[in-house]
Design a protein. Structure first.
Length: 422
């Protein structure tokens, strides 16, 4: 489903205004089912999407395969006499080799649709499998952030997240890492036909994974707000998601069995996926950074985002004070009696304190990135990465060699200039 909202005014007004008049196009699933125990609706959706007795390519990963959520779905398939063949991919961010292996596996048999259960990587690979089943060649032939090279409609696909992080169940992207760089298969064809988000499926998620994925969800929403591509629709999703994360992420981490907290985090992750779903991709310098230094140094995506988030906010503070004030209020701060800059700093402080409470690294030196590499990373960001990610049109603050190098140096030290923490 493609949803488009526009307005008569085509100019983007100032970032510190609370309401943008920008146009927005979202590619979203035809059907989104959200709620406790909604995985029981899988058989009905399988039958609805297939005109005959369906054979399901059931993709998960080695770790998720052992969980209660997957075993529950397998039992549902057996009870409803849905034929499925399960394939458990290697856990972790998928490489091009893994993606092409999955493409070859699904082509070995006849399938009617794909069901993907797992984290963002698994759902990305389920999307890739559905596309590669009906389209020839290798996965790398379909990398594109612009016009989709996909020629034939993919198999129908149902995506079920087992973590609360990427929002991949509702996005039009399938991410693949190759030689330390993240690539994407992009287009409306990539979007799930059905997304089933059952917060109970995330209860078995370990604390560390809860923290990693939760920080990914948070940065999606922070960057969607602090982007020149923000719109009334993306704001609607992103601000509410930030509020939910501020309310429940600590509880989900420290008391993982708390279903209310898992509910909030699952909803926030899905809202974050919707917030970054427009083809314009309303992210900013934060993901441009984490998606470069993360794969380059083997740092999990959630940790890379936890490190960059407060620094991304501080970097953009001079150009986004008003929006940072709203973020601070989403975290519970009363900014009504604060000066605008003071309220903006409260937002940065709230995110940094969350990172520390979740026991995550808050500097590049903690994840063993050599200090002597900082200048080269900054140079790559300035000369290449900012253009590949469209940052001149997305990031509220103009990027120069001097300010991106200063950002990297601060991030390596883990020291924010605007706040002091005990």
């Amino acid at each position: 489903m493609i949803l488009r909202v526009t307005s008569k005014k085509k100019n983007v007004i100032k970032m510190n205004d609370q309401q943008l008049l920008a146009s927005c196009t979202l590619s979203i699933p035809s059907k989104l089912i959200f709620g406790i125990d909604t995985v029981t609706e899988i058989p009905a959706e399988v039958k609805r999407l297939s005109s005959k007795s369906a054979v399901v390519f059931f993709l998960t990963d080695e770790n998720i395969k052992k969980t209660v959520a997957v075993k529950k779905i397998e039992n549902i398939f057996k009870q409803e006499e849905v034929e499925s063949k399960i394939f458990a991919m290697k856990s972790g961010e998928p490489s091009l080799e893994v993606a092409n292996d999955i493409a070859n596996r699904i082509r070995e048999d006849d399938f009617d649709l794909v069901v993907g259960v797992g984290g963002g990587s698994t759902m990305d690979m389920a999307k890739t499998a559905a596309i590669m089943y009906t389209n020839p060649g290798n996965v790398e032939n379909y990398f594109s952030f612009e016009q989709s090279p996909i020629k034939k409609s993919p198999l129908p696909k149902i995506l079920i997240p087992s973590t609360a992080g990427t929002g991949s169940e509702v996005t039009p992207y399938a991410m693949v890492t190759h030689e330390g760089i993240k690539y994407a298969i992009t287009g409306p064809e990539v979007v799930a036909d059905v997304a089933i988000v059952d917060p109970r499926a995330t209860v078995s998620c370990p604390p560390k994974v809860t923290a990693y994925t939760g920080m990914d969800a948070l940065t999606h929403n922070l960057e969607a707000v602090l982007s020149l591509k923000a719109s009334p629709l993306t704001d609607m999703y992103a601000f509410e998601a930030i509020r939910l994360i501020g309310r429940s992420m600590r509880t989900a981490y420290f008391s993982g069995a708390n279903l209310g907290a898992r509910y909030d985090m699952s909803l926030a992750a899905t809202l974050g996926g919707l917030a970054i779903s427009p083809p314009s991709v309303p992210i900013n310098v934060g993901h441009a950074l984490s998606e470069y230094f993360g794969p380059k140094y083997g740092i999990p995506h959630g940790i890379a985002n936890a490190i960059q988030a407060p620094f991304m906010m501080e970097f953009n503070l001079p150009a986004a004070i008003g929006r940072l004030n709203i973020i601070a209020s989403c975290f519970g701060a009363d900014t009504t009696k604060m000066a605008p800059r003071e309220g903006a700093i409260e937002a940065i402080k709230a995110v940094r304190m969350l990172v520390e409470d979740l026991e995550l690294p808050s500097s590049l030196k903690e994840v063993n990135i050599p200090k002597e590499d900082i200048e080269d990373i900054a140079k790559y960001m300035f000369q290449k990465q900012q253009y590949e990610y469209g940052l001149p049109e997305r990031n509220p603050r103009i990027i120069t060699m001097e300010n991106i190098k200063s950002l990297m140096e601060n991030m390596w030290e883990g020291k924010l200039k605007t706040i002091k923490l005990n």
